[in-house]
Design a protein around this ligand. Structure first.
Ligand SMILES: [Zn+2]
Ligand SMILES: [Zn+2]
Length: 710
């Protein structure tokens, strides 16, 4: 008997193999097959194509009898993800089989043998969480979410201000899920930052969840993968890649901070983990719960259109008040050169320190200065592989590219005019802000928290593309420093919790779900920064980030303050934050997107063409666009920008050099495809790209629903 086998390789199809006499193979079985000169683990996918000559068909070598087969649901989900993202199905399977060694039979223990079809049983002793004291709002949200566990697929949005106790609510739902003998998956945007979350989980449930992200060791991954497949892992908390684990009996998926941009995977298979979580829940016929204080516009759209249900948690738990927000109009502040903290913010910092409270300063730039400049001739240091300035990291005395990881020492003499001692750092980064803060507060205990992934991450990327399909959360790439030297992130968070740090200065990562009881003041030095550039979601993201930052302050009894330095105090984002008018702001954003037929009101796909040869890349991109026009208009160029015509024809924008025209040594062009909401974009893209011969020197990346506009 022959059967087709999908392999975790770059191919978009399965291959025919023969099941030897006496080997009973059913779809879903994990099988090892010869492929080229190697032996590869894959999954029996379905009927053989019958297109291969019988004598050329090779035999399956081994079947993993100690594991339950991959479910039909999971296989359908993998095929669906491949269709949706236009990625080869083999690459999607690779995300579900990231540790092939997990498929080998256990050598020492007999444990797990004969686990095929094993029923999952809940051992009730560990599954009852401690009776938690939920407020009546929390209780009613939890009760209605619990009922969803019995009603198949649904999506609920747990919407509540920071500090309103959303976590306790979904812990309650997890407890109910476990009591039914099912598994729960929780996605968090930054596992490495989730020390407090894990502690609360352990306290509530009496056991630690299994953790899944790129920083977990292969041995641990192998074990967690097996536990997921055999139903032993009750709760898995993970980064986006956890979504592809082969759970034996998944009961619910929870996506915390659903609006977080890090849920979008940009390398390998390009997908949005929130959207894929909803898709997996739909395939599994289970409830998905999206959690946020500032739900994304996509989620709001789905609520408005009746697809998702909203559960509100209106107040802060423990009677804590929301922080007071104040805008500092930087146009009226005359800051001396090399200074970034305004007078009012300085005064507020001094007061907070004098009162023994903690403070936080946010600036979304790593390093010391974003640019090194020659004062004599104006020379600027550029990355040789990217269209980007090199960032000065003074602590390490290096110039770094934040895009590809290239690094070099700052030279003594200017490479252009050969003058010595004329190089100056230009603009601020967190290290420089820390320097200013130390001068202002010489007695304060100050720490810096940043993600220096390109600087200190294992395996500096240089001019290489990141490994395909291996992309994951930045969790394993975190570093931070306390007065210069590097300290583990976990220690830094614990020090902050214990009150051993007075002032924490950092980038995005200080905004994540931390709960620092003593934190009274949050100062944002560059509140406007995210608003620059042509990003579709710039306003929404800035609002979410600033709201999340402000929400760190005043978590308990102390009244919190969030002071935002801005050059645009009249901007709708700033005004909405000031007035606490989230819904009005989101309605305005929604209107703008609807008018422009942009997502979520329309569909968008980006095609990024990259190559080492600039002319060849540009020519290939132009050819792609010509083919696209042919595809829909029979060779006639479509000039009509009438939005209603998009129902039957997508609008092809470009080609244009990408905003980042040179990245990791490759020239980049992009094409945007815009279409109406009910247009079959995937099928159109598939048709367009089906017959194309792509030269080996050129990479074509397709990003359905792009979030990055680099
Ligand atoms: Zn010079
Ligand atoms: Zn670079």
């Amino acid at each position: 008997m022959n059967i087709s086998v999908l392999l975790p390789l770059v191919f978009g199809k399965s291959f025919d193999y023969r099941a030897p006499e006496g080997m009973d193979i059913k779809p879903g079985d994990y099988v090892r097959v010869p492929f080229g000169r190697k032996s590869v683990w894959g999954v029996a996918w379905g009927e053989a194509s019958g297109e291969v000559e019988e004598k050329k068909i090779k035999s399956i070598e081994q079947v993993a009898t100690h594991l339950p087969p991959m479910s039909k649901t999971m296989r359908t989900f993998i095929d669906w993800v491949a269709w949706y993202t236009l990625a080869p199905s083999g690459m999607v399977l690779k995300m579900a089989l990231p540790v092939p060694a997990a498929l080998e039979s256990p050598k020492v223990r007999g444990e797990g043998r004969g686990a095929r079809g094993k029923k999952i049983t809940a051992s009730s002793s560990t599954l009852d969480p401690r009776p938690s004291t939920l407020s009546s709002d929390q209780q009613s949200a939890a009760t209605s979410l619990r009922t969803k566990l019995d009603t198949g697929f649904s999506v609920s949005v747990l919407d509540g201000v920071t500090g309103s106790g959303k976590t306790e609510v979904y812990f309650d739902v997890i407890a109910a899920c476990l009591a039914q003998g099912k598994q729960a998956l929780v996605l968090l945007p930054e596992i490495a930052l989730s020390v407090q979350w894990l502690a609360r989980f352990a306290e509530g449930f009496g056991f630690a969840p299994d953790i899944w992200h790129s920083g977990v060791s292969p041995a641990r991954k192998r074990e967690t993968w097996r536990k997921a497949a055999q139903g032993e892992a009750k709760v898995i908390v993970g980064a986006r890649s956890a979504l592809f684990l082969p759970f034996a009996q998944l009961g619910t998926i929870i996506v915390d901070e659903e609006h977080d941009a890090s849920y979008k995977q940009e390398d390998g298979v390009i997908y949005h983990a929130r959207d894929m979580a909803v898709a997996r829940a739909r395939h599994e016929k289970i409830p998905a719960i999206l959690v946020s204080a500032t739900p994304s516009l996509e989620t709001e759209y789905n609520i408005t259109h009746g697809r998702y249900a909203r559960m509100h948690l209106p107040t802060r738990h423990n009677e804590a008040e929301l922080p007071e927000i104040k805008l500092i109009d930087m146009r009226t502040q005359a800051l001396p050169t090399g200074s970034w903290i305004s007078e009012p913010l300085k005064a507020a910092l001094l007061t907070a320190m004098a009162e023994g409270k903690q403070a936080m300063l946010f600036m979304n730039r790593r390093g010391y200065a974003p640019l090194m400049l020659c004062r004599a001739c104006g020379h600027r240091f550029l990355c040789p592989h990217c269209a980007a300035y090199l960032v000065l990291h003074r602590g390490r005395a290096r110039l770094l590219c934040h895009h590809c990881g290239y690094e070099t020492s700052p030279p003594k003499a200017c490479p252009q005019c050969k003058e010595e001692g004329k190089m100056i750092p230009f603009g601020p980064g967190v290290e420089r802000v820390a320097e200013e803060a130390r001068a202002l507060l010489p007695d304060a205990r100050i720490a810096v928290m940043t993600s220096d992934s390109t600087a200190l991450g294992k395996g500096t990327r240089r001019s290489k593309e990141p490994a395909k399909g291996s992309g994951d959360d930045p969790a394993g790439e975190v570093s931070c420093s306390e007065t210069g030297g590097s300290v583990p992130l976990e220690k830094l968070i614990k020090d902050m919790m214990a009150g051993n740090i007075d002032l924490l200065i950092g980038t995005q990562m200080i905004a994540k779900g931390h709960h620092f009881a003593g934190l009274a003041l949050v100062g944002v030095l560059d509140a406007d920064m995210g608003l620059a550039g042509g990003d579709l979601r710039a306003g929404e993201r800035t609002y979410q980030l600033l709201h999340q930052l402000a929400g760190r302050a005043g978590r308990e009894k102390t009244k919190g303050m969030a002071w935002l330095q801005t050059y645009m105090p009249e901007h709708p984002v700033m005004q909405a934050l000031l007035a606490g008018q989230r819904d009005a702001f989101m309605a305005l954003e929604a209107q703008m997107r609807e008018d422009a037929l942009m997502p979520p009101y329309g569909k968008l796909a980006a095609v990024i063409v990259g190559g080492k040869n600039e002319r060849e890349t540009a020519e290939f991109t132009r050819m792609l666009v010509r083919e696209a026009h042919k595809e829909e208009t029979g060779g006639k160029r479509l000039e009509n920008n009438n939005l209603h015509s998009l129902i039957s024809n997508p609008l092809i924008l470009g080609p244009a050099p990408a905003p980042m025209p040179l990245l990791r040594g490759k020239y980049r062009y992009r094409i945007l495809i815009k279409a109406a909401k009910d247009f079959g974009l995937q099928d159109w893209l598939t048709r367009w790209l089906a017959d194309l011969k792509i030269p080996s020197s050129i990479r074509v990346k397709i990003d359905v629903e792009p979030y990055s506009f680099l």
